[in-house]
Design a protein around this ligand. Structure first.
Ligand SMILES: Nc1ncnc2c1ncn2[C@@H]1O[C@H](COP(=O)(O)OP(=O)(O)OP(=O)(O)O)[C@@H](O)[C@H]1O
Length: 356
């Protein structure tokens, strides 16, 4: 089932929670809606589900307009952050619930339900726990029961709202790998809400990054991480060093650092900011050219495979962060207090409405 979100707008009182949001989700894709708290992710998910009505725009399932369809007609499965399992029911009964409450005409037989529930218990790797109650399970196990319950009714679309949000970091990591494998097995079109960048980049086929009710960028994890379309996406998807300055005569003059690209030649004089990821900053002992700037080393964190180096720029006294591989670090052998030259290997300059 493909999902198309077309120009959705939603306001609550005077507040606009979603502004002209459009997203295409092809059949079988696992997509993450990623953004900071309050950016509208949950509102969009609820509109896709039919739990909320938009003020403008439409939702299409397999090309058909479902904007006015009831939740039940949309055949969606939900998993929320707080497991919301029935406490007085066993794992088996929780998973069977959606099938058991069907009208007699469409309800599977008792044997069929049992077979289905056992198949789902195997799928979510909870063999031997069918007769336990939710209170006898760990948080991660409960979330897997919630997922099995959502899958029992064979939804065409699976909607997950921060499904691992309440769990500790290690369990989260395990569950997201597990969810990815499960999705590879089932291929149900899935929309996954999270504010955790790592989670989105690791699990999703495509990531939709939202900010203040709008889509900033949509693309594969590689696309959004390696080619952020906006300053917001750059900042949101990992650490970044900012170099403030101006474009002047086709060159970005960012303190004592000068960067030029063919595209900058066409840009009129205006304020500009260079964005450089820590692993794209090179450290050199000698001055090579005007694209580098002098900085002194303040701290070296050499634990683990990546060495993080904190530097203070000589021109603006701003703090920079560079990341070197252990090999490069050992070859260069920099010392705290030493002055070096810092040069961006890869960068992006944003100029007001322009991006270069
Ligand atoms: N029923 C409502 N009434 C009034 N305002 C609402 C309602 N639901 C959401 N909002 C507001 O709309 C904005 C978007 O909320 P939404 O829950 O979609 O954000 P979110 O990105 O999912 O955030 P979080 O990660 O914190 O859940 C927020 O500012 C929120 O306060």
């Amino acid at each position: 089932m493909s999902i198309e979100v077309r120009n959705i707008t939603k306001t609550f009182g005077g507040f606009t929670a979603l502004k002209d949001v459009s997203v295409n989700i092809p059949t079988g894709e696992l997509i993450a809606l990623l953004g900071p708290s309050g950016c509208g992710k949950t509102s969009l998910l609820r509109i896709i589900a039919g739990l909320e009505t938009p003020d403008g725009g439409s939702i299409h399932f397999n090309g058909a307009d479902t904007t006015r369809h009831e939740v039940r007609e949309r055949k969606v499965g939900f998993v929320f952050q707080h497991y919301a399992l029935f406490k007085h029911m066993t794992v088996f009964d929780n998973i069977a619930f959606g099938l058991q409450v069907r009208p007699r005409k469409t309800r599977p037989t008792r044997e069929e339900i049992a077979a289905k529930v056992h198949e789902l218990i195997r799928l979510v790797q909870l063999e031997g726990m069918a007769q336990r109650y939710p209170s006898q399970l760990s948080g991660g196990q409960r979330q897997r029961v919630a997922l099995a319950r959502a899958l029992a009714v064979e939804p065409q679309v699976l909607l997950l709202d921060e499904p691992f949000g309440a769990l500790d970091a290690r369990v989260r990591q395990e569950l997201r790998r597990w969810l990815r494998r499960l999705h590879d097995e089932l291929h149900i079109t899935s929309v996954f809400v999270t504010h955790d960048q790592e989670e989105a980049l690791e699990v999703a086929d495509r990531v939709v990054i939202m900010n203040a009710g709008q889509v900033e960028q949509a693309g594969t994890p590689e696309e959004v991480y390696d080619h952020p379309a906006t300053p917001f996406v750059y900042n949101f998807l990992g650490n970044v060093n900012l170099f403030h300055g101006r474009v002047n005569q086709g060159q970005a003059k960012l303190g004592e650092m000068e960067l030029s690209t063919p595209e900058l030649a066409a840009v009129p004089d205006r304020p500009a900011v260079g964005y450089v990821r820590p692993h794209d900053l090179e450290l050199e002992r000698n001055y090579s050219n005007s694209s580098s700037v002098e900085a002194s080393i303040r701290h070296i964190h050499a634990v683990g495979p990546v060495v993080r180096i904190e530097l203070e720029r000589g021109d603006t006294f701003e703090i920079l962060e560079a990341e070197l591989t252990k090999d490069v670090y050992q070859k260069l052998a920099p010392q705290v207090g030493e002055k070096v030259f810092v040069r961006p290997r890869k960068y992006r300059v944003f100029v007001d409405d322009y991006q270069i």
